[in-house]
Design a protein around this ligand. Sequence first.
Ligand code: ZN
Length: 80
Amino acid sequence: MEQCHGKTKAGDRCKRSASDGSLYCSAHAGQAGDGAPEPEAPEVADGKCGDLDAVETFVAVAALGVAIIVVLKVGRLFRL
Ligand SMILES: [Zn+2]
């Protein structure tokens, strides 16, 4: 297991182990691409970003649909 490439708030190298398939531990996964450039950091392919956006859009649309159904059902209940 590789050491996390993230940095602590004090600016020191994180001493935890990186997550599988990542250069960062779970606490520092958000540091990927931030701060000093890490030449070893994996570049995220554009296609992968697009897929992620599509999934997020789908989840948002699905959540909106569920919210509309809930509002309709609640509205029907209050009318009874
Ligand atoms: Zn870390």
